[in-house]
Design a binder for this molecule. Structure first.
Ligand SMILES: NC(=O)c1ccc[n+]([C@@H]2O[C@H](COP(=O)([O-])OP(=O)(O)OC[C@H]3O[C@@H](n4cnc5c(N)ncnc54)[C@H](O)[C@@H]3O)[C@@H](O)[C@H]2O)c1
Ligand SMILES: [Zn+2]
Ligand SMILES: [Zn+2]
Length: 342
């Protein structure tokens, strides 16, 4: 099979590899659609994060995927050949405190699919059965391939409790755009989005945001106050991972509101805790991935019902042979989600 492989820090190649062997607790999947994510760019560029992530080279890249089960190990239960599955990328140990208390997505010994295992930019992938989520047939492969990041965004929005309320999504990368879509699905009354990219703000408009604000515009805080009766937004989802975006999230929030932090800044960020958190009584919630499998069920229900619409975030679909074009598009900022068909 063809597999996009990170061979060495400065070498990434589409390689011909044998169909991978699977263990007693694994599922072998024929990958039909796989999506490019910021993490893949980090691994490709072999930046400081990738160097410290515990990746053993060579590794097959890619973690966001949807496909059909073709075989499974002797200890796997509840999965049949032909099932449509998506990889949940958090691999729990099943034994630690978190795993035994309903928080396996933040397992104490958490491993990540395609970081600690081979990934899915390939014709076939091995997914640990504990992370192979069977999804309804009605969900198309290309949407299935997005469910990992969509789930993160949906969970952030669910934690923000936006029903009937105003929400600002800071940052319109894929995660922020999926958060916009999720906020609409969960009944937000007013959705405002910010970004520095006109291209991405245009996609936010396609998702019917009430206001799309350029992040460099000095009047943003005023605009949000103006749209919220002078109070600030009930909830803010921080999906830029930038220092400025994180700081501004607290300025855009009303007293007593909820800030959900999803973005990952490269360095520690200083906050004015007295003004922005303590006297404001801001509720700060950190989100790492999806709850297993509460978020998945909620997401499947919303996708099948047509209430959660994420297709406008897909800007490019390419054969895996054109993998380099996808990486270039992602780097250029003139793309949101790039999908590969292996
Ligand atoms: N917590 C999690 O489980 C989780 C999962 C996936 C991604 N992430 C993180 O979430 C963040 C978003 O992911 P993504 O894939 O959408 O990344 P991305 O880099 O594609 O998107 C970030 C967006 O923020 C915009 N931006 C930059 N500065 C801004 C500012 N001051 N105000 C508003 N927008 C600004 C950028 O133009 C870009 O469009 C990243 O930091 C990523 O590492 C976290
Ligand atoms: Zn991802
Ligand atoms: Zn565990």
């Amino acid at each position: 099979m063809q597999a996009l492989t990170k061979i060495a820090p400065d070498r990434t190649e589409l390689k011909k590899l044998p169909i991978p062997r699977y263990g007693a607790r694994d599922v072998l999947v024929h990958v039909r659609s796989a999506a490019l994510c910021g993490t893949d760019l980090h691994v490709y560029n072999w930046n400081s994060w990738a160097q410290g992530a515990g990746i053993h080279l060579p590794v097959v890249m890619g973690h966001e995927c949807c496909g059909d089960v073709v075989a499974f190990g002797s200890e796997v239960k509840g999965i049949e050949a032909g099932d449509k599955v998506v990889a949940e990328t958090h691999i729990p140990c099943g034994e630690c405190y978190q795993c035994q208390n309903g928080e396996q997505h933040i397992c104490h010994n958490l491993k990540m699919f395609s970081i600690h295992t081979d990934g899915c930019f390939a014709e076939y992938a091995v997914i640990p059965a504990a992370c192979a989520r069977k999804i309804p047939r009605e969900i198309p492969y290309d949407v299935g391939a997005l469910m990992e990041p969509v789930g993160t965004a949906l969970r952030a929005v669910a934690a923000a409790q936006v029903g009937g309320k105003s929400v600002v999504v800071v940052g319109c990368g894929p995660i922020g755009l999926f958060a916009v879509a999720a906020a609409a699905a969960l009944g937000a009354a007013k959705i405002i989005a910010t970004d520095s990219s006109a291209f991405r703000l245009a996609v936010a408009e396609k998702l019917n945001v009430d206001m799309a604000l350029h992040s460099a515009d000095k009047n943003n805080v005023q605009a949000v106050l103006g749209a919220t009766g002078g109070y600030g937004a009930d909830a803010v989802i921080e999906a830029s991972g930038s220092r400025e975006g994180i700081k501004q999230s607290f300025q855009l929030l009303r007293k007593g509101g909820r800030v959900v932090l999803v973005g990952l800044p490269d360095n520690p960020v200083e906050l004015d805790l007295v003004k922005d958190v303590v006297f404001k009584e801001a509720k700060i919630i950190g989100i790492h991935g999806r709850e297993m499998f509460k978020t998945w069920r909620q997401m499947e229900n919303l996708l099948v019902s047509g209430k959660l619409v994420v297709d406008p975030v897909i800007t490019h679909i390419l054969p895996l042979a054109c993998w380099r074009d996808g990486f270039e598009l992602a780097k250029s900022g003139q793309a949101c989600k790039v999908i590969y068909h292996p």
